[in-house]
Design a protein around this ligand. Sequence first.
Ligand code: GDD
Length: 409
Amino acid sequence: KVVAVIMVGGPTKGTRFRPLSFNTPKPLFPLAGQPMVHHPISACKRIPNLAQIFLIGFYEEREFALYVSSISNELKVPVRYLKEDKPHGSAGGLYYFRDMIMEDCPSHIFLLNCDVCCNFPLPDMLETHRRFGGIGTMLVIKVSAESAHQFGELVADPITKELLHYTEKPETFVSDLINCGVYVFTPGIFTAIEGVSTHMEDRANLHHTSSFEGLQYVTRTLPTGFVRLDQDILSPLAGKKQLYTYETMDFWEQIKTPGMSLKCSGLYLAQFRLTSPHLLASGDGTKSATVIGDVYVHPSAKVHPTAKIGPNVSISANVRVGAGVRLISCIVLDDVEIKENTVIINSIVGWKSSLGKWSRVQADGDYNAKLGITILGEAVTVEDEVVVINSIVLPNKTLNVSVQEEIIL
Ligand code: GDD
């Protein structure tokens, strides 16, 4: 049997995702019309002999309750949310729930970060991992040398694919091969975490002892039970014939900012074209709007037949799109109203917002720049004919004048 664990983190981790994370946990933010965490979960469904999926985080249980029960029914695989009392780090969280994870005596455990976007080649990883025979195999990808420092950089043996060296977000360049945050382990990973955390506690206790000997102001001890998978486990295990790499040639992105969520929404829509074309709007028939490229429209949304939408547009529940509206590269969240002839380009429109007639909400579409996409928080009102360019508008604001390159607090 195999189980999968998805690390969803908690509220303090989501700060770069503001203002979209004020009311919705980042893992539930919709990409291509499905919660972010839904994409790795549905990829897990392709793992042979999958017994259970666990989501581990420190959000309140009630935030995930509804999603977890509906997805369990849909997939016919138990999906459980396990809440940590406090952050234990990515490896600490896994270890904290080891008894539940090992309940079905799985031979393998997948571990996925919830904030990565890729095609999750899990069955292939499992097969390769079995051949390597180590404790773990990690998904890796080549990125540009300039962007590598944002990730765990690593060196792998070109022939055996063994992980030889690992450094988490190094200041000086090590390698353009990086950690994708997707792993498959044998239960031996728990012994490895145990070994490392005992070592860390010993070091912490040493600090305590020295503070009794007059150095009471030097109390910087390591938080007990906080173990990070990357720095604390992967680095020391590298070069010991325990960890191996599986390189993907397909797409991979990390989703830390709203800009990247818009980009990844497009990547997932493009993937639907191959995996679940029924989820994409077709735009055929005389009564529906003109659809260009990959578009998702929730069945409850009402789009006027004279509207033109796409590519990369995702429209959530109960949205109303008026006559003559043009939507390009955007995510429109639940209960938004867009009146006649409004244009939205490279933007995310927050829940319950309302856009007046002939208004424009747009941005350049530089996904990595701070104001590269326009974001309207929850319940923002943009009045008729108002233009909002490259701006972030916090929840509950009303805009009656046009703004450009501004953060409206
Ligand atoms: N449950 C739980 N508890 N989840 C956690 C905790 C914790 O204490 N800390 C982090 N996570 C989750 C995050 O929500 C995220 O999904 C994942 O674990 C990794 O988060 P971080 O530890 O903050 O690392 P990162 O995202 O900056 O970088 C990691 O992922 C990159 C790939 O996206 C590293 O492993 C990098 O090397 C890697 O390139």
